[in-house]
Design a protein around this ligand. Structure first.
Ligand SMILES: NC(=O)c1ccc[n+]([C@@H]2O[C@H](COP(=O)([O-])OP(=O)(O)OC[C@H]3O[C@@H](n4cnc5c(N)ncnc54)[C@H](OP(=O)(O)O)[C@@H]3O)[C@@H](O)[C@H]2O)c1
Length: 331
């Protein structure tokens, strides 16, 4: 292959409105005209990538397209002069993999301002085991602590715990000294969740209260929620006074039909987490935490490595919530 050609997952829209995907050879001249060309070494597969790969127009408006919201690799050239050839870098979020050709490819070209220099204590592979999932979970903890969350305040609930964000949240919270209640639909993954540091495993039905009560007996001091819908409502109804609930995901539902009583009677905070557009200075601070005091010791045991050719086979399972841990793509 020439220096200009690269392999990429390519999703196309068919005339009948269906979508096809295949690994194909593309040319770097067809990448967007941004400053920094990166040779991608590792990427990862996230729920959002599965949406893009199946033609979800809320994530990706125009096809053909290469998904992949995460990329870690080596700078080949930088027109901005900020990075030099050979620098090891991480890109997560912004528009990567949404409407900008993404990390499920051997090359990406992105603006210099999207790039985080890889912290010394992380390998490129470790940075993609963490990926958007770990960065998002860590951002949730960072924001909760800004509102006074401390391990001694009590247990933290993690929902969708066996998934990518859930696994990373469980491992990061436990590394940071928190006692974690992991809510999962996969009882067979209880041992896996315990190995990440969860002290209690509950079935996801436990966090799906259907009573008309506005407040429930307090069960946790905070939560990292990946599920949305009635799970998020239950998390906020059953939170201790002054606790913090972070809203990350919508794998069940984007709806939030609730009362304000937990806010005005218990003083809880509902905190939004947007990993894509988080400001760069705080983004670097979080990556530095992930390379140091929040770096989970279990990274080796919480991922599966796949090739670009194998990615397609994981798209439907991730959409059905059947995968667990992180899926790392080796380019
Ligand atoms: N806000 C942000 O910046 C941001 C960043 C990253 C991800 N996200 C969002 O966070 C969510 C999780 O992403 P991910 O990459 O971790 O996905 P994932 O790996 O597919 O994990 C999702 C997990 O949720 C649980 N689940 C699936 N369907 C469910 C349902 N109907 N009801 C209850 N639980 C269900 C499953 O875990 P169990 O079997 O253990 O319950 C599943 O493994 C997605 O909605 C994603 O778009 C948001």
């Amino acid at each position: 292959m020439s220096e200009k050609s690269f392999k990429a997952l390519y999703v196309t829209e068919n005339p009948d409105g269906t979508f096809s995907r295949e690994v194909t050879t593309r040319n770097i001249n067809n990448l967007p005209n941004h400053e920094v060309l990166i040779d991608v070494k590792y990427s990862s597969l996230n729920y959002k990538d599965a949406l893009s790969a199946t033609g979800n127009k809320g994530v990706t408006r125009k096809f053909p397209h290469t998904p992949g919201i995460d990329a870690a690799g080596v700078v080949r050239e930088d027109k901005s002069g900020k990075f030099k050839a050979g620098d090891e870098v991480i890109v997560t979020g912004y528009d990567l993999g949404m409407n900008t050709s993404g990390g499920l490819a051997e090359n990406v070209r992105v603006p210099a301002e999207w790039i985080v220099p890889k912290p010394a204590n992380l390998s490129l592979k470790e940075s993609m085991i963490i990926g958007t999932a770990g960065f998002t979970a860590a951002q949730a903890l960072y924001k909760m602590e800004a509102f006074g969350q401390k391990p001694e305040n009590g247990q933290i609930l993690v929902t969708g715990a066996s998934g990518g964000v859930g696994s990373m949240a469980t491992a990061i919270l436990s590394k940071a000294g928190y006692n974690v209640i992991a809510s999962t639909g996969k009882q067979a993954k209880a041992d896996y969740l315990k190995s990440l540091g969860a002290s209690e495993i509950v079935d996801r039905a436990y966090v799906n209260d259907d009573s008309p009560k506005a407040l429930l007996k307090p069960r946790w001091a905070g939560a990292i929620d990946n599920v949305g819908g009635n799970t998020l409502v239950t998390a906020h109804k059953a939170c201790h006074k002054e606790g913090n609930i972070t809203s990350i995901g919508i794998v069940d539902s984007p709806a939030f039909t609730a009362t304000v009583f937990p806010f005005i009677l218990n003083g809880i905070n509902l905190i939004g987490v947007d990993s894509a557009h988080y400001p760069m200075e705080r983004r670097k601070a979080i990556w530095n935490n992930l390379a140091d005091k929040w770096k989970p010791g279990q990274l080796k045991h919480m991922h599966t490595v796949v090739s670009l050719q194998e990615v397609s086979g994981y798209i439907e399972p991730i959409l059905k919530g059947e995968t667990y841990g992180r899926i790392v793509v080796e380019l």
